[in-house]
Design a protein around this ligand. Structure first.
Ligand code: HEM
Length: 487
């Protein structure tokens, strides 16, 4: 009797599985999916491509599978786009369809399930957040209001470095001082306050929280857990830390009360809260987003700029000559000057091309089934635009591996960083493009300009190159670069 029951059970189980496979095959047939390596059961392509889906590995896969290819990471579809035409389709022509963001277990915690702006799906909430953030952060008025603060901050860096005798002999870790500067550049806008020194306890705390957050969001463990739900339980430990970080961040983002003369960003945002447009959590997530999106990205770009100038002394000298000729020797560069300095602009563009801070943009997502490049893209696929490959593909650029700012004065003179050419998208383009470009470009110009005006940037003693040049962003590095006194 028992045996008969078992036999029946096994048979019905067998037919259920068969039916499920049949249904999934039939459903699968509806889709003409992009090409890609054949996925293994449960693990998908994870075993073949590994955990490190960086822009260089994905460029190699594009050479093998084409401008659009599909990876299956467990149940999630990962579509990688590697041509200017397809990038245009994702970011511009079908910008609404592909304008959402994928959800992650870790980001859900950091963003209260998408209550922020950077990681929220495309829709009403995103539009509201972008509108509320535009006035306090993303207008030319903000640049004009805060540029004096930015100029003052880099002047302080220059003074501080000049006071350190070993800077011109054994070298000096510039990154830490520039990090303080970048925090101050953004905290002026946000809270109307600055941190006096790298030892300021609040600065130390915030820095630690941000580093912790980035580490958690980028950790391999999180990727595994996100792709393979079976491994999710292993994440529990991590999630606990995430929650702690979030709670501690709440404390760290209280406003200083000593200067109420001019409305800073947090005042505008609290106004929106009082009007009932957003809630207290949204305020917190805006602070979080600026910390994450603004500070390290700009800092990486500054660092890469310095590294390239160290490794190309002739370019550094040409830039110094331009600054001396246009502004006059010793006249310190200010924001309005940046528009009169084409070689400086070219150096910045070339840095952002070769050393893109966010080489795969922030992943996009289609909420519904969609079409792309003649293929079907199932709903909720993660779409990666390999912006780095678009800007470094030898088929589209002359010797792209060379750091050669001159290209932006010669054959690529019409290409701008704002996305007017789909081969060059360091800030993305379209609806989800980076609104911070309006702040990032002047900060980069003032910072690199002042450093080159005041120092000769050299590699550490005993090295022929800057040490960070061999790494790939977005890794964290302390750059040991010697600023030498300029005359
Ligand atoms: C060199 C510095 C920077 C670079 C290279 C950069 C690059 C990017 C990129 C590639 C994206 C994603 C675009 C996409 O997914 O299509 C992005 C998004 C974003 N960036 Fe930046 N960024 C920089 C600085 C800043 C600054 C200074 C701010 C703010 C003050 C900022 C705020 C944002 C925000 C809020 C988003 C999300 C936009 C959205 O999802 O609607 N960024 N950035």
């Amino acid at each position: 009797m028992d045996l008969l029951f078992l036999e029946k059970l096994l048979l019905s189980l067998f037919f259920t599985i068969l039916l499920a496979i049949l249904i999934s095959k039939l459903r699968g047939k509806r889709f003409k999916l992009p090409p890609g390596p054949i996925p293994a059961p449960i693990f998908g392509n994870w075993l073949q491509v590994g955990d490190d889906l960086n822009h260089r590995n994905l460029s190699d896969l594009a050479c093998k599978y084409g401008d659009i290819f599909l990876l299956r990471m467990d149940q999630r579809n990962l579509v990688v786009v590697s041509s200017p035409d397809l990038a245009k389709e994702v970011l511009h022509t079908q910008g609404v369809e592909f304008g959402s963001r994928t959800r992650y277990v870790v980001f859900d915690i950091f963003t209260g399930k998408g209550q922020d702006m950077v990681f929220t799906v495309y829709g009403e909430h995103w539009r509201k957040m972008r509108r509320i953030m535009t006035v306090p952060f993303f207008t030319n008025k903000v640049v004009q209001q805060y540029r004096f603060g930015w100029e003052e901050e880099i002047a302080r860096v220059v003074d501080d470095v000049k006071k350190i005798p070993e800077a011109s002999t054994t070298g000096f870790v510039l990154r830490k001082r520039l990090q303080l500067m970048m925090y101050n550049n953004m905290y002026w806008i946000m809270f109307d306050r600055r941190f006096e020194s790298e030892d300021d306890p609040l600065f130390v705390r915030l820095k630690t929280l941000n580093e912790e957050r980035s580490r958690l969001a980028q950790s391999f463990e999180y990727n595994y857990g996100d792709f393979i739900p079976i491994l999710r339980p292993f994440l529990r430990g991590y999630l606990k830390i995430c929650k702690k970080v979030k709670e501690r961040r709440k404390l760290a983002s209280t406003k200083s009360t000593d200067n109420n003369a001019l409305k800073c960003a947090i005042d505008h945002i609290l106004d929106a809260q009082q009007k009932g447009e957003i809630n207290e959590d949204n305020v917190l997530y805006i602070v979080e987003n600026i910390n994450v999106a603004a500070i390290e990205t700009t800092l990486w770009s500054i660092e890469w700029g310095i590294a390239e100038l160290v490794n190309h002394p002739e370019i550094q000298q040409r830039l110094r000559n331009e600054l001396d000729t246009v502004l006059g020797p010793g006249v310190q560069i200010t924001e309005p000057d940046t528009h009169k300095l084409p070689y400086l602009q070219a150096v910045i563009k070339e840095t952002l091309r070769l050393r893109m801070a966010i080489p795969l943009l922030v992943p996009h997502m289609n909420l519904h089934d969609a079409k792309l490049g003649g293929f079907d893209i199932p709903a909720e696929s993660k779409i990666l635009v390999n912006a780095w490959w678009l800007a470094n593909n030898p088929a589209n650029w002359k010797n792209p591996q060379d750091f050669r700012p001159e290209r932006f004065l010669e054959e690529e003179a019409k290409v701008e960083a704002n996305g007017n050419d789909f081969r060059y998208l360091p800030f993305g383009v379209g609806r989800r493009s980076c609104p911070g470009i309006i702040l990032a470009l002047p900060i980069l110009g003032i910072t690199l300009g002042r450093l080159v005006q005041n120092f000769e940037l050299l590699p550490p003693p005993g090295h022929s190159n800057s040490t960070i040049i061999s790494s790939t962003p977005p890794l964290y590095h302390d750059s040991t670069i010697i600023p030498w006194r300029h005359n």
